[in-house]
Design a protein around this ligand. Structure first.
Ligand code: PLP
Length: 405
């Protein structure tokens, strides 16, 4: 039978998916996929936080709960508590009632709803993302009809921040342009500005009338402290200017599959916020009508209860310490092998990922000879490593790639 879709072409090769397929199809029992962005335990297993299990138990025992639709903007308590988590409970913007927060489908959904709103209601349609950035950013913003440009961010020579380049590019951006800033634990580089540098970025953004759009996917994952990791965002909110924040609970609560996050828009007045809120709802309504209830209920249960909140922060610190220890162990393993080059970036970089500086040829060699998979930009998920076997395996592989390729 003829198909209506026989002219549909296969998609162009996607570098991220091709790593995933190569790893999936590798029969080796020792294969290791470090390309993903999910936390793994020392045993290489996904982790459900104890506090999440407890919250789910509590929710399951509560017979008064039902499965009605949530309002278009989600669970009200979830929105209030999420806004406080990123802005701080004493935020003047919250006190002045000029903050709009709506529950969205995790970080990605929050970015998408924010982008759709901006494409409809913001005059300047250019959006700047860091070079490099999370691969989904350009896809999300292009699809919403924004025009994506990049600003310099990472310097491969120093394996650190190209701060001068970043400021130069932002200075040259047109007034009103949107600037995506990753709030902490930058993906994929693991390189964040210092607080002094953030202050200079803030001054520039405000003086050039740019609109900051924070992607806050890793709050708590940089320093282990939710408040410290919120400092850059709070700095921008404290000056009274506007900003967008896409917030995710995928990583810091391990709720990846629950698709739970929030879009916060900090406005300059209560009146502006009221109109922005109604217009955001008009973006949501034809897109998915109403967000899912379960993840929002888990997060709300934890954020509402001071004991559970404390337990969460302890478990979050536990995940971060394991990653920091992996960094140290990998660095020491390379030192012990006398691997040529300066590998201090592995311990200096922050968050879930390390940008190794390996080139594509070396990465392909490592996949072929050692069955270890990473994205072709040389990013490895530190959370996917364990001290038992994997560190040795990876250190051997990197050493071989550097000395032989
Ligand atoms: N933003 C960044 C920088 C990310 O790395 C990710 C996920 O890897 C996301 C947003 C979105 O994650 P999610 O949609 O699961 O919240």
């Amino acid at each position: 039978m003829n198909s209506f879709f026989s002219s549909v072409l296969p998609p162009p090769e996607d570098p991220v998916l091709s790593v995933y397929f190569a790893s999936r199809d590798d029969p080796s029992p020792v294969k290791l996929n470090l390309s993903g962005g999910s936390y793994r335990t020392e045993e290489g297993k996904p982790l459900v936080l104890e506090v999440v299990r407890k919250a789910e138990q509590q929710l399951a025992n509560d017979m008064s709960r039902n499965k009605e639709y949530l309002p278009l903007d989600g669970l009200a308590d979830f929105n209030n508590l999420s806004a406080k988590l990123i802005l701080g409970a004493d935020s003047p913007a919250l006190e002045e009632d000029r903050v709009v927060t709506i529950q969205c489908l995790s970080g990605t959904g929050s970015l998408r709803v924010g982008a759709e709103f901006l494409a409809k209601h913001h005059q300047e349609r250019v959006i700047f993302v860091s070079n490099p950035t999370w691969g989904n950013h350009p896809l999300i913003f292009n699809l919403a009809g924004l025009s994506v440009e990049v600003y310099r961010y990472y310097d491969p020579k120093t394996r650190g921040l190209d701060f001068k380049g970043m400021l130069e590019d932002l200075s040259a951006a047109p007034s009103g342009a949107i600037v995506v800033l990753q709030a902490c634990a930058h993906n994929p580089t693991g390189v964040d500005p210092t607080l002094d540098q953030w202050e200079q970025i803030r001054k520039l953004v405000r003086s050039k009338s740019l609109l900051p759009f924070f992607d806050n996917a890793y709050q708590g994952f940089a320093s282990g402290s939710l408040d410290i990791d919120a400092k850059a965002v709070r700095m921008f909110v404290a000056d009274g200017g506007e900003c967008f924040i896409a917030q995710s609970f995928s990583k810091n609560m391990g709720l990846y599959g629950e698709r739970i996050g929030a879009l916060t828009i900090v406005c300059t007045s209560k009146d502006v916020a009221r109109n922005v809120h109604s217009q955001v709802l008009l973006v949501v309504r034809p897109m998915y009508l109403s967000p899912p209830i379960h993840g929002a209920s888990i997060v709300t249960t934890i954020l509402k209860n001071s004991d559970m909140y404390k337990d969460w922060t302890i478990e979050l610190k536990g995940m971060v310490s394991r990653i920091v220890s992996m960094r140290q162990q990998l660095y020491e393993a390379l030192q012990a092998r006398g691997t040529p080059g300066d590998w201090s970036n592995i311990i200096k970089q922050i968050g879930m990922f390390s940008f190794t500086g390996l080139n594509e040829k070396q990465i392909r060699f490592i996949a072929k000879e050692y069955h270890i998979y990473m994205t072709y930009d040389g990013r490895i998920s530190m959370a996917g490593l364990s001290s038992k076997t994997v560190l040795i395996q990876l250190a051997d592989a990197i050493h071989a790639a550097i000395t032989q390729i």
